[in-house]
Design a protein around this ligand. Structure first.
Ligand code: ADP
Length: 366
């Protein structure tokens, strides 16, 4: 987002608790403070005309206070608050007629058992903390009634707000990036196919290998999502596709998303560029796919000072390969350290190139 803002000559101030965080090296001003420090938000606001954010687990009450004081914040704090909580997010989507898995709030082991009954959702069933989840942290899969208590305890035993969700027997997970402007204009990116490993996104393949009908349904859903939340900026809707071709929304993120990183090489205007254009009121850039594109995350394999292996060999082998390293000083197991993208004339070709690069590119800690 910062790189795109700088390309248009904007001044950028950031708030981040880490002094040498990746964003600090490319921004004009850095407020070093915790994400829940109200004074820091107020300090940041003094420096800028528009405030935006790139992760959703932030302190909404302070943002509300800033909004009331006349500061411009996109996406709006109202949409952030609804989306931050998985339960209210699902409620809003359901009320707008967007298909979501059946869900219910739960407070006790008995509540969970109730919804797990065959007449209700049955097992397997998902238990989710409504707040603060990412990369599957905050979720527990309950395979049968015997696992209810362990799952409940693993998510805080009632100390956190919880919900259950019917288990969707999906054939593939997809996502769509969409951007909406202050004037309500919208652009919907192509459908992306996502593969996770240990609940962390591993690979994104575009175009998704799903039926044209599923693509159409998914694009219509993404468009509706932008309307429901009155989103200004780039959003992501993650969805499930079932064998019968049904599409439902798993989760909405009010920001550019990991599954949209492919747009940097895959589309004329990336999710980041269109986010910046949205929040400053500029018309959008073209979001058509230029060529089949595959994105693979580079996760840390071990703890220590970040070291990337295999760059020379993989670049020599494939001129369509682009490596993005985020500049995080230390690597940790399963930490997102960067990603790479390959493009090709066919989706199969791009997948093959990605498989090849995957065997060479590794991030370790030394
Ligand atoms: P997070 O917010 O941590 O990313 P999600 O709610 O998106 O968590 O869930 C992470 C993964 O768990 C999803 O990508 C999907 O593979 C699986 N999952 C989540 N909800 C369901 C569900 N209702 N049915 C089946 N699988 C699910």
């Amino acid at each position: 987002m910062i790189l795109e803002a700088k390309r248009l000559g904007f001044y950028v101030a950031i708030l981040d608790p880490t002094p040498n965080c990746p964003a600090s090296s490319i921004s004009d001003h850095h407020v070093v403070a915790a994400f829940d420090d109200p004074a820091a938000y107020i300090e940041l606001a003094k420096h800028v005309d528009v405030i935006t954010y790139e992760f959703e687990h932030i302190h909404a009450p302070v943002l509300e206070q800033l909004e009331r004081a006349g500061h411009t914040i996109y996406p709006s704090v109202a949409s952030l608050k609804t989306i931050q909580n998985k339960y209210t997010q699902n409620q809003a989507l359901e009320a707008a007629g967007v298909p979501v898995p059946r869900f219910a709030k739960v407070e006790s082991v008995d509540d969970i058992r109730h919804w797990g009954a065959p007449a209700n959702f049955g097992y397997p069933m998902m238990l989710k903390a409504t707040l603060g989840g990412y990369d599957g942290k905050g979720n527990a899969l309950i395979r049968d009634e015997a696992e209810v208590e362990t799952a409940f305890e693993s998510l805080g035993g009632g100390a956190r707000e919880l919900m259950v969700e019917e288990f969707v027997d999906f054939t593939v997970e997809i996502s769509i990036i969409a951007s909406r402007g202050i004037d309500g204009s919208r652009v919907i990116y192509p459908v992306a196919e996502n593969h996770h490993r240990n609940s962390i996104l591993d690979t994104t393949i575009v175009p998704a290998r799903v039926s044209p009908e599923a693509m159409e349904k998914a694009s219509a859903i993404a468009d509706r999502v932008m309307e429901v939340f009155q989103g200004v900026g780039t959003f992501c809707a993650e969805m499930f596709v079932t064998k019968s071709g049904d599409v439902s929304v798993n989760e909405v993120a009010p920001r550019p998303h990991n599954s949209g990183h492919y747009t940097i090489e895959g589309c004329f205007a990336s999710q980041f560029e269109n986010h910046i254009r949205a929040i400053v009121g500029l018309p959008f850039g073209n979001v058509d796919l230029i060529h089949p594109t595959v994105m693979v995350n580079l996760l840390g394999e071990s703890d220590g000072k970040t070291e990337l292996l295999g760059l020379h060999e993989s670049y020599r082998q494939d001129r369509s390969l682009k490596v993005h390293l985020y500049g995080k000083e230390s690597s940790a197991k399963n930490r997102k350290m960067g990603h790479f993208t390959v493009v090709d004339a066919t989706v199969e070709g791009a997948i093959q190139k990605a498989e090849q690069a995957k065997t060479q590119l590794r991030v370790i800690g030394v």
